[in-house]
Design a protein around this ligand. Structure first.
Ligand SMILES: Nc1ncnc2c1ncn2[C@@H]1O[C@H](COP(=O)(O)OP(=O)(O)OP(=O)(O)O)[C@@H](O)[C@H]1O
Length: 394
């Protein structure tokens, strides 16, 4: 059994599952509120898969039809953290919102755990929205209600018994780290705490999927980190699929397993984060990843020239890239041996994405060593290029 399969254990192992319909219907039972896809024991071995089949979306508008999505075919695996990125207007929200049918595709099908969402009647839609929770950039909390009441509201609307509501909300506030805040009003909470309330509320019906639309965009970097840690924790402990939209590439790198890059409503590329970020194949991806790249430090940029300094001692500046492929890591001793002479590390570094080394090193080497292509050929990096020359003292 893989870690992920293990993580797909039923919610009830961690939290009291929400009895729907007010009568304490046990989780896993057919009928009111029982999420589909569970087996007789209440397990949900494949719960939380999403399949897009040739999905297209056109909005009517006074200026004429707006084509938001075209030909999207893709699977989101159960239990994964799946990121959707793209420039503004690329269609990210339109696609995300088809998963809980806040938007309906104009063409194609969206299936959650094999169920075509277009076939759902009104009751089916209510049950779908319990299986697919959602959190928002601006939290969407009711300011006149306490933390407890905000989280309890969907359960009360569903007619859940008050004692079950109390137990469920208490367990959820514990889970999101808000024990002791039950009676506080949202106005007295920090942004991060408000998003924690949003997450608790999104989890009340023990969803299989959590949709996050720019969930950390309104938060400072430190708070963003704590919310990401919470989302990852929830994903790992509860096994639910997390689908998130973000403009922050660092968020994708930090927690996502897979990423979809949308460009003008179409799939530009998709795959494991370490692959897409390590070797971006599409211009749109490269443009999105640019903020993650460190430019040359100003002083180095100033001293860099296209040719060796006439009459003076110069050193070559080489840039070595690591894309994560093949488990390749910078072997500094071998690099120095291949280049010969003195090698200085000027700038750069290597990140770990899903266990793969990804980054670049800027080295100053003596003149006359092997050219950049030879370093890649020797399997010392994935790509290398010569950036120019700096005076020997740089
Ligand atoms: N209700 C609507 N009516 C008309 N056009 C819409 C509607 N919703 C979205 N659009 C258009 O569809 C396209 C895709 O919008 P969408 O919000 O899905 O993109 P996005 O990638 O999420 O953008 P952003 O990052 O700016 O939120 C855009 O051109 C947008 O203007």
């Amino acid at each position: 059994m893989t870690a992920k399969q293990w993580a797909l254990a039923p919610w009830s192992w961690f939290l009291p599952a929400p009895p729907h319909g007010g009568q304490g219907t046990p989780p896993g039972a057919a009928g009111a509120g029982a999420p589909s896809g569970r087996d007789a024991c209440g397990h949900r071995p494949t719960a939380g898969t999403v399949r897009f089949e040739q999905v297209g979306k056109t909005y009517p508008s006074s200026a004429g039809p707006v084509r938001a999505l075209s030909g999207i075919s893709l699977d989101i695996p159960a239990g994964s953290i799946f990121g959707i990125i793209g420039r503004s207007g690329a269609g990210k929200s339109s696609l995300l919102r088809t998963i809980n049918r806040l938007e309906q595709p104009s063409e194609g099908r969206v299936l959650v755990d094999g169920q075509d969402l277009a076939t759902l009647d009104e009751q089916g839609l209510v049950l779908l929205r319990r299986r697919v929770g959602m959190i928002f950039q601006h939290f969407n909390l009711l300011s006149s209600k306490t933390v407890f009441d905000n989280v309890a509201l969907p359960l009360r609307v569903a007619g859940v018994r008050p004692d079950h509501v109390r137990a469920r909300v208490a367990a959820l506030l514990d889970l999101v780290g808000l024990r002791g805040k039950a009676d506080t009003y949202p106005g007295r909470l920090s942004g991060g705490q408000k998003q924690r309330v949003g997450i608790a509320r999104a989890l009340v019906h023990a969803p299989e999927i959590l949709l996050c639309d720019e969930a950390t965009s309104a938060l400072d970097p430190q708070t963003t980190q704590s919310i990401l840690a919470l989302l990852r924790d929830i994903n790992r402990r509860l096994g639910l699929t997390v689908v998130l939209i973000t403009h922050e590439m660092g968020v994708i790198r930090e927690i996502c397993d897979e990423v979809l890059v949308l460009e003008k409503g179409r799939i530009a590329e998709a795959g494991a984060v370490w692959q897409v970020f390590g070797s971006p194949a599409h211009d749109a991806t490269r443009a999105l990843l640019r903020p993650l790249e460190h430019g040359l430090p100003g002083d180095l940029q100033e001293r860099l020239s296209a040719h060796p300094v006439p009459g003076g001692a110069s050193r070559r500046v080489l840039e070595l890239h690591y894309s994560g492929a093949g488990g390749l890591e910078p072997d500094l001793a071998r690099i120095a041996a291949a280049l010969g002479g003195t090698v200085r590390l000027l700038h750069g570094g290597v990140d770990r994405i899903q266990g793969h080394s990804h980054g670049r090193l800027l080295l100053a080497a003596d003149l006359g060593g092997p050219d950049a292509a030879a370093l890649a050929a020797l399997n010392l990096c994935h790509h290398a290029r010569e950036l120019g020359y700096v005076p020997d003292h740089a």
